[in-house]
Design a protein. Structure first.
Ligand SMILES: Cc1cc2nc3c(=O)[nH]c(=O)nc-3n(C[C@H](O)[C@H](O)[C@H](O)COP(=O)(O)OP(=O)(O)OC[C@H]3O[C@@H](n4cnc5c(N)ncnc54)[C@H](O)[C@@H]3O)c2cc1C
Lengths: 265, 785
């Protein structure tokens, strides 16, 4: 780890000001991605602005058909929230399958989506549910938020404050974990709204979360696993690594999508 | 009988300090004036070093000294020695130089080029990044296959074709003749995958030099501090033993990887005198991945000849073993004397031939890893036996029964040099099959099928050779060290006991097991016993812990020392009770005169030994402190049977272990709970090898699995609860009748798991799948079949 200056922010405005002040400042949530990066000397920020002490950034609010999760809310809090479990059980399930207990107790939704790891779980939930990302400057539709591998629509110094999820009629997430890291080799989030529209969001398979529109169309016609029989993703542009080939990932997208639909009940 | 004696599941005495975070590991130790070392390591698998420029780095804040390979060479010191010389068909193995700091050519990613010593670890790291090494990259070879190909990049000029040795055991023509007349021949090809050890505590060391006394002290994460003192003192740095102390304090797991003498130990000790300050180095996990000796890495073709009844007639095994870039301390003996000599397994196979070619590659050196050679042998035998049974339409359990060495045939001479001591292979097989409900498998398989899952069951009837010995035999096979163990029992004046052992505990629970033996023998409370290990300044010369030897060899030394204590104590007791020595009986801590009610307690005898007012001083020295060195008459041969049942999800290729049962014969058991823990841990490591852990090098020699993001360590939820039990045939040739249990799980499990996987996939036409059977591999095999 290289040297840096540590700052504890006490409000979103304070954090925004401190980020702007620093030569090469970064925000820190739970540090679950940031700290390993620093320890491996892969990044050398001048300043670290810790969001842990900022009031109002963490917590869960359920109002009408909407679940709002503060940016600093940990995965563990979401996983064990009875309110989330009642409104969008699939969202609690997503959070409960991230990493291990230590990671879930430190890692946050804001940090996870700002980082936009191509194998992270939350991006599938946000895109699958048609969530809205709220920042200190604006609101961004999830579909526009995740732009490419480790890239988001956030501007320099922009701070995620919360994520707003509309409750679906039914939803489920199926994750096939990487045996080593337990991030998603493929994760498929399927949701159907009361209006009958369906979203199939895929993480892990490609450079960035994306939607399987052909599957969505098929499921809008017939919301059953059988509607997806024989369907896989196209292997073009899918990730290849020592744990999974592109063909295997393409195949798994189909398997996980069918299983997610089945789990929707 | 003391309640904490032999056979009791006593809770581990050491766990209080470990569980409450009060263990003292090397990195917990801080010495006054301590400085910190960081090594500059090669990012290339193979490169010539054109120059090393330390000028900018030396000027950085906090830097104490920077030493390079050229500095080491200039001091004219030795390279890291190899402790075992294998002689092949064409003469002794090629033994290339292994400099602790490399001056001219790096041969694997992680090879050490320079060491930076600074006031803090952070400053050392900053400066290490500023050391400019001009590498001229050269072509590299990482796998056995590419290293043996014509025109392959050469790892060492003195090893043409990258061959370290070409060794064989058995008469090939003799075995070929048997094959010519066989009813059936089963042939398999397999890979025993390379593993990265990953002890929970990374390696660490602190070296210091005292100018006043001219004494060196090295604290190091070692399984055998005396071996390190001997190798480093005598062969590398030429330091006399009486001025070199090696301390291996609490050590957090070794699994073999902390047996070996590593470059960092020698470099730190050498540098400590130059900077006249203690120097600490602690490996980072990524550093461990590219510097701790790896395990396994064999490619094998095996053939088994059977007669019409399924009797084994002969076995032919052709193995290529990857040594990595240099010969680590015991590497050459692993694929030869610890592997090929085990190829009879539990069977009466009359003719066996095995050829082993060891090759150099541009990878981290490979050496003994939990089981060391015996897991590789068991995997070959148990895979081929299971395959033969399936090919011949026989029940794999039945085929094994037809070929077992019968219980009444011990001692049993195998065709590959070893003489098995005792065993009951039918017994452990039957117990494991019962625990696994082998007979109920078909119903479970049908039920799984209805759920869309492929279910398979696999056996592994393993044997291992532990407590490697006797020294004379090992010496004749190329060992450059003895293989005895020492033990000193020091009874204190009030009857409490300190036991000094050359064995080293790095998780095995010696402080408890040895104390139980002493409590049993002397009738003292287990809390009145302290076990001291790991410090060459305290213990007699001992060989350390590996190869499941601590109890079989170290425990035997303890037993011998206790015999001496008892003999002397009886003479003192006889004097006190004015009786004849031959009439003294000793049990439960009381000496009695046979046929009388006269008695004296062990504590009184101890006090008398040290306060010899009423004492046979003319015939007997005072004191009660005895040392024994024990050199075993033979190996011990733990054996047993493990049964694994898996379910494969054919859609994803994921393998789930749904049931695992084991019956093991470890000889007499001192602490059943500790034994069970060792078996559990071993099985998990074996499951790791079979399903999860694959060390992957790119063809350029870069390690693709250099962190836990890509190297899959087994976790608790990867395994079910195990049904384990023991069945005992005591070892006939050591005083405690013990055999050893530390490696069995890792030896037995891979074959059990992979036999189950092959069984499950066999119905879909899959005939070969290599370890680790990861989801993508299984899925591919299912699609290719
Ligand atoms: C061992 C391990 C296993 C894991 N497994 C999984 C897994 O299975 N699935 C999964 O999805 N994830 C996994 N993760 C990631 C984990 O979910 C964390 O959420 C993620 O690492 C982000 O961590 P954090 O919230 O602590 O953010 P930090 O590490 O503190 O920050 C991450 C990035 O986000 C930025 N940031 C943080 N908060 C904000 C904000 N409010 N506004 C704008 N930018 C912000 C930071 O500047 C930084 O660039 C794993 C992590 C570890 C260490």
């Amino acid at each position: 780890m290289h040297n840096f200056t540590y700052h504890a922010a006490n409000s979103v405005a304070d954090a925004a000001a401190k980020v702007a002040d620093g030569e090469d400042a970064v925000l820190m949530a739970g540090g679950m991605t940031l700290l390993p990066t620093l320890k491996q000397r892969l990044a050398q920020p001048s300043d670290i602005i810790d969001l842990a002490g900022v009031a109002g950034l963490s917590g869960i609010r359920v109002e009408g058909g909407t679940v709002t999760v503060g940016a600093m809310t940990t995965h563990d809090t979401v996983a064990n929230s009875s309110e989330v479990a009642a409104a969008i059980p699939a969202l609690a399930a997503v959070a409960g399958h991230i990493g291990d207990p230590q990671v879930r107790n430190r890692g946050t939704i804001g940090g996870s989506i700002a980082n936009n790891d191509p194998a992270a779980d939350y991006p599938a939930a946000l895109v699958g549910l048609g969530a809205t990302v709220c920042t200190n400057r604006r609101e961004i539709a999830a579909g526009d938020f995740f732009t490419s591998m480790f890239e988001t629509a956030l501007d320099e110094g922009e701070i995620v404050t919360s994520v707003r999820f509309p409750a679906p009629e039914t939803a489920a997430y199926m994750k096939f974990p990487n045996p080593a890291s337990r991030y998603a080799i493929v994760g498929v989030f399927v949701a159907r709204t009361t209006g009958g529209s369906v979203r199939v969001a895929v993480t892990g398979a490609a450079g960035c979360v994306y939607r399987e529109t052909a599957m969505e169309t098929a499921l809008e016609g017939d919301f059953s696993p059988a509607a997806l029989d024989g369907m896989t993703a196209s292997a073009d542009d899918l990730n290849e690594d020592i744990h999974a080939s592109a063909e295997y990932r393409a195949h798994l997208v189909g398997v996980m999508a069918r299983r997610a639909v089945a789990a929707c009940g | 009988m003391p309640k904490d004696g032999i056979g009791a599941s006593v809770k581990r005495k050491e766990d209080y300090r470990f569980i409450t975070g009060q263990g003292a590991y090397t990195d917990d130790i801080d010495r006054p004036g301590q400085s910190y070392a960081v090594f500059v390591r090669s990012p290339h698998a193979h490169a010539r070093i054109a120059s090393v420029n330390t000028a900018a780095a030396t000027a950085m804040p906090g830097v104490v000294k920077i030493l390079t390979g050229a500095d080491y060479a200039a001091d004219g010191l030795g390279g890291l020695p190899c402790g075992w010389q294998v002689t092949g068909k064409d003469g002794p193995m090629v033994e290339p130089a292994h400099p602790p700091l490399v001056a001219d050519c790096v041969r694997h990613v992680g090879d050490q080029v320079a060491v930076v010593i600074a006031n803090s670890a952070a400053e050392a790291r900053d400066a290490a990044e500023a050391v400019v090494v001009d590498y001229q990259p050269l072509p590299a070879t990482a796998s056995i296959e590419t290293a043996m190909a014509a025109g392959a990049p050469q790892v060492h000029d003195e090893a043409p074709g990258n061959l370290c040795y070409d060794w064989e055991i058995g008469d090939k023509a003799d075995v070929d003749a048997v094959f010519a007349g066989a009813h059936h021949v089963t042939r398999i090809e397999l890979v025993n995958n390379r593993l990265v050890p990953n002890a929970i505590e990374p390696r660490a060391a602190i070296a210091e030099y005292d100018r006043a006394t001219r004494e060196y002290t090295l604290y190091t994460t070692s399984q055998n501090p005396h071996v390190i003192r001997l190798l480093m003192g005598a062969f590398v740095l030429q330091l006399p033993e009486h001025r070199l102390r090696v301390v291996a304090p609490d050590v957090g797991g070794g699994f073999g990887s902390k047996i070996f003498h590593y470059a960092e130990e020698a470099v730190l000790t050498w540098a400590a005198a130059k900077v006249a300050r203690p120097i600490k180095w602690t490996a980072e996990r990524s550093e461990s991945f590219v510097t701790d000796a790896h395990g396994r890495d064999h490619v094998t073709i095996a053939e088994l000849a059977l007669d019409v009844d399924g009797k084994f007639l002969g076995l032919k095994v052709d193995t290529k073993a990857n040594m990595g870039a240099y010969l680590s301390t015991f590497a050459p003996c692993v694929p030869t004397y610890l592997y090929a000599t085990l190829l009879a397994g539990q069977y009466t196979t009359p003719k066996i031939w095995c050829g082993v070619q060891a090759v150099f590659t541009h990878t981290v050196p490979v050496d003994a890893y939990r089981g060391a050679g015996r897991p590789e042998a068991t995997f070959v035998i148990e895979r081929i036996v299971e395959t033969a049974a399936r090919e011949m339409g026989l029940d794999p359990a039945e085929l094994r029964r037809r070929n077992f060495v019968p219980s009444d045939a011990f001692p049993y001479q195998t065709p590959v040099a070893l003489v098995y001591d005792s065993g009951d292979y039918e017994g452990t097989l039957a117990a494991a099959l019962a625990a696994a409900d082998y007979d109920g498998f078909a119903a479970r398989q049908a039920e799984a099928e209805a759920r869309g899952k492929l279910r398979g069951i696999g056996l592994s009837a393993y044997i291992e050779a532990c407590g490697i010995a006797p020294s004379a035999v090992a010496g004749s096979l190329g060992a450059r060290a003895g293989l005895y163990e020492c033990g000193e029992v020091r009874v204190h004046p009030t009857g409490s006991v300190t036991f000094f052992t050359g064995a080293h505990s790095h998780g095995q629970g010696h402080e408890t097991t040895f104390a139980q033996i002493i409590a049993e023998r002397l009738g003292v409370d287990i809390d009145a016993v302290e076990v001291v290990h790991g410090d060459t300044a305290k213990i007699p010369f001992g060989m350390g812990t590996y190869g499941s030897r601590s109890l079989a060899v170290g425990g035997s030394a303890l037993s011998r020392a206790l015999d001496k204590i008892e003999t002397k104590a009886k003479r003192i007791a006889a004097h006190l009770m004015e009786a004849s020595e031959t009439d003294i009986e000793f049990s439960d801590g009381q000496f009695t005169v046979a046929g009388t009610d006269k008695s004296v307690g062990f504590g009184d005898v101890a006090l008398t030994a040290y306060v010899p007012h009423n004492y046979p001083i003319e015939e007997l020295e005072p004191g009660l402190d005895e040392t024994a060195f024990y050199d075993p008459a033979n190996f011990t041969f733990p054996a047993g049977c493990h049964v694994c049942e898996v379910e494969v999800d054919p859609e994803t290729g994921r393998v789930e272990i749904v049931n695992f049962a084991a019956s093991d014969d470890f000889g007499n058991v001192i602490n059943p709970m500790i034994v069970e823990g060792q078996v559990h841990g071993g099985i998990v490591q074996g499951v790791g090898q079979a399903l999860l852990e694959g060390c992957v090098y790119g063809e350029d020699g870069q390690l693709a699995t250099g962190s836990y993001m890509d190297y899959t360590m087994p976790r608790a939820d990867d395994v079910p609860s195990f049904a384990v039990s023991t069945r005992t045939t005591p070892c006939p040739h050591n005083p405690l009748g013990v055999k050893g249990c530390g490696e069995a799980g890792a030896i037995a499990a891979p074959a059990a798991v992979m036999n189950a996987v092959h069984h499950a996939l066999g119905s879909r036409g899959v005939s070969r799948i290599d370890m680790p059977a990861t989801p993508v591999r299984v899925w591919r095999a299912l699609n290719a079949a």
